[in-house]
Design a binder for this molecule. Structure first.
Ligand code: FE
Ligand code: FE
Ligand code: ZN
Length: 261
């Protein structure tokens, strides 16, 4: 994967720890890790990001799903540890009718059972669009989870531009104000990565449909402000835009690089 990232002009990437819809994970080979670490140093990579499968839900109303999710999370973190100082991105969960308060406490409880003091991996809670019963569509909800985590230095936030916009934070007309709000509520230093996506929908739509950079309602000007913002510019930026092939991403990376100051 590192080779393909280099080919398209990237110096980071995101990968799924297993099939995004769930399932068995591939065995990790020491050779793969060693050759990755070598490549990443040679090519000046930033941190890479592992993404949890979408099927995980730490706050499902069904106990069996909560337990399954917690076990996958524990297994994923132990695998991700094979690359030191990794970032592991997680959708906080959907409370499926139990209410946000119950959901938040179930998520925090599961994280506390799984996160270990000696791990080098940072678990990132992704900012969500707030569709359905999703937790994490507001900065306050993320803060409430973080506040209950016993090992706060093992936790961070992944700032998804499409999700934040769809959740109702107007990063197009008020990026400064939104980041200030984030800083007041959570602390800007908690953002450890950015998912850089445009949105097919309008601010506050709570929809979560990603668009190619520059073709959605966020637009290239706001995207440029985001990648150049002093609070964000040194973070790993991950594209989750809907391209059919790598060439699409190569062109998108070129476009974004042409906008960075
Ligand atoms: Fe995600
Ligand atoms: Fe995302
Ligand atoms: Zn999304």
């Amino acid at each position: 994967m590192a080779n393909r990232a280099i080919e398209i002009g990237a110096n980071t990437f995101q990968y799924f720890t297993r099939n995004p819809r769930g399932g068995v994970a591939k065995e990790i080979s020491k050779e793969d890790i060693d050759s990755f670490l070598k490549l990443s140093i040679q090519n000046n990579f930033s941190k890479i990001i592992a993404h949890a499968p979408y099927t995980l839900n730490l706050c499902s109303a069904k106990e069996s799903i909560r337990n399954f999710s917690k076990n996958i999370l524990a297994d994923d973190i132990s695998r991700v540890e094979s690359v030191p100082n990794s970032l592991y991105n997680l959708h906080p969960g959907s409370h499926t009718g139990q209410g946000a308060e119950v959901g938040i406490s179930q998520i925090a409880k599961a994280l506390n059972e799984v996160i270990k003091p000696n791990q080098t991996t940072t678990v990132l809670l992704e900012t969500m669009a707030g569709k359905g019963s999703e937790i994490g569509g507001t900065f306050e909800e993320l803060k409430q989870i973080i506040d209950r985590v016993d090992l706060p230095d093992k936790i961070g936030v992944c700032f998804d531009t499409c999700h934040v916009f769809d959740a109702g934070y107007d990063i197009v007309n008020n990026l400064e104000g939104i980041l200030e709000q984030f800083d007041k509520i959570i602390g800007i230093e908690m953002i450890k990565a950015v998912h850089l996506n445009d949105s097919k929908n309008i601010c506050g739509s709570k929809k979560d449909r990603h668009e190619k950079i520059g073709l959605g309602n966020i637009g290239i000007d706001a995207i440029s402000s985001i990648v150049n913002h002093p609070y964000l510019k040194n973070l790993p930026f991950i594209l989750e835009t809907p391209h059919e092939d790598l060439q699409g991403y190569a062109e998108e990376i070129k476009l974004i690089k042409s906008k960075t100051k």
